[in-house]
Write a protein that binds this ligand. Structure first.
Ligand code: C5P
Length: 224
């Protein structure tokens, strides 16, 4: 409850990877470090928002001044986000695993139980958290922002994603280089009525730029 353009606004941010168990010692995950999402949570909080960061497993310290909810799986992440609603702002930065093992084993799978080693693993689709929150009736946050990590045709794919997910903005970033895990990011903010490209900069500068645009969005709504 500090002062700032986002004072009185609540924001929920997801960050990091999710981890989907195969058995008690193995999992499916990805290279997301959580840096960009943590930086966004911090930047929103500095502008006065009441921020909850819902994070998958990362090696980052908990950012000061934000509420922190630790989760592991996509299903847990969705539950955690839902239980934070109502919220004015939802920013989905997490690299959610699209699939999870259908039936994780309670015991360590023996590598040699079949002649094919682990054999085949049946996967089921995880819930799409961004899409679910975007389509909520009644409790939908008034600003829902998704991320589109692409390696090619970044902006084309992002436009389609805006429609498919039902969110208000997509932040497109090109992860073909060393963005995942790296300290810099180059983004374009795609809205229904236009696109703004930002130069490559530090992830914390990206976060500040995005947070300022979010604050602007709410001040123009207020002015109407
Ligand atoms: O479809 P794709 O994974 O490229 O979409 C990326 C966006 O959707 C990100 O904002 C990510 O946080 C979100 N997402 C999600 N739940 C999923 C998959 C993606 O919230 N299961």
């Amino acid at each position: 409850p500090i002062d700032g353009p986002l004072a009185g606004k609540k924001a929920v941010v997801t960050a990091g990877p999710t981890r989907e168990a195969l058995d008690p010692v193995r999992y499916i995950s990805n290279h997301s470090s959580g840096k960009q999402g943590y930086a966004i949570a911090t930047a929103l909080s500095r502008l006065g928002a009441d921020v909850t960061l819902v994070s998958g497993p990362t090696s980052l310290p908990q950012p000061a001044g934000v509420n922190f909810v630790q989760v592991e799986t996509a299903v847990q992440m969705l539950d955690a986000v839902k239980s934070e609603l109502p919220s004015d702002i939802f920013i989905s930065v997490a690299a959610v695993a699209d699939w999870r093992p259908a039936e994780p084993s309670d015991v360590k799978i023996k590598a040699k139980t079949t002649k094919d080693g682990l054999g085949s693993i049946t996967l089921v689709e995880n819930p799409d958290i961004l899409k679910t929150i975007s389509h909520m009736k009644g409790k939908r946050p008034s600003l829902v922002v998704g991320f589109a990590a692409e390696t090619n045709d970044v902006e084309d794919h992002a436009q389609g994603k805006l429609e498919r997910k039902g969110c208000d903005w997509i932040v497109a970033n090109d992860v073909s280089g060393d963005v995942m895990g790296g300290s810099e990011n180059e983004i374009a903010i795609i809205k229904r009525d236009g696109i703004e490209r930002l130069p490559r900069m530090d992830k914390s500068a990206v976060a500040q730029n995005l947070a300022l645009r979010i604050a602007e969005n709410f001040s123009t709504i207020k002015a109407k």
